[in-house]
Design a protein around this ligand. Structure first.
Ligand code: HEC
Ligand code: HEC
Ligand code: HEC
Length: 76
């Protein structure tokens, strides 16, 4: 199960530092700033919640895409 292996890898790296999304995704930041993307709206367009467990004690719905990038590497 490739998918389960990925989840295991995520759990492992996640314990040390905020995951660099860019290892698996390339986010067009400019485009997302224009769309005014926040954590509360990701799921309008994506299956973020299906693919990832975002700890809502650590994150809030108001976080903007540029704020995500402060902690997570979103693009190269
Ligand atoms: C203040 C720093 C900070 C900000 C801002 C932040 N995060 Fe995180 N995030 C973390 C940390 C720390 C973790 C837990 C370690 C990990 O799993 O990366 C985490 C975990 C995650 C995970 C789970 C990754 C996994 O391993 O499955 C996702 C998805 C995520 N964040 C998305 C976002 C998104 C989307 C935003 C912006 C809306 C955001 N984060 C903003 C620090 C932050
Ligand atoms: C180890 C690889 C990996 C990392 C790192 C990773 N993801 Fe993912 N992500 C996946 C997989 C696998 C899926 C589910 C398959 C897919 O839809 O591409 C997914 C799906 C998603 C989706 C839904 C895609 C869609 O179009 O429905 C979003 C949004 C997303 N991830 C955001 C993030 C963010 C934000 C981070 C950084 C905090 C992150 N991912 C880090 C592997 C990863
Ligand atoms: C208005 C719709 C919309 C919203 C809201 C939105 N996105 Fe996107 N996103 C897109 C489009 C369009 C693309 C480019 C096409 C694609 O790769 O799915 C994209 C691409 C991505 C990718 C790259 C997909 C991949 O599999 O490599 C990630 C990761 C991502 N978005 C994360 C997020 C996160 C995190 C949020 C919330 C903070 C968010 N998006 C909010 C429309 C949106």
């Amino acid at each position: 199960m490739k998918y389960l292996a990925l989840i295991a890898a995520l759990a492992f790296t996640g314990s040390a530092y905020a995951t660099d999304c860019v290892e698996c995704h390339e986010v067009n930041l400019e485009e997302h700033v224009e769309m005014e993307a926040t954590l509360g709206t990701c799921n309008d367009c994506h299956g973020l919640a299906d693919a990832h467990d975002v700890d809502m004690e650590m994150h809030s719905e108001e976080l903007t895409i540029t704020e995500c990038a402060d902690c997570h590497e979103l693009s190269k």
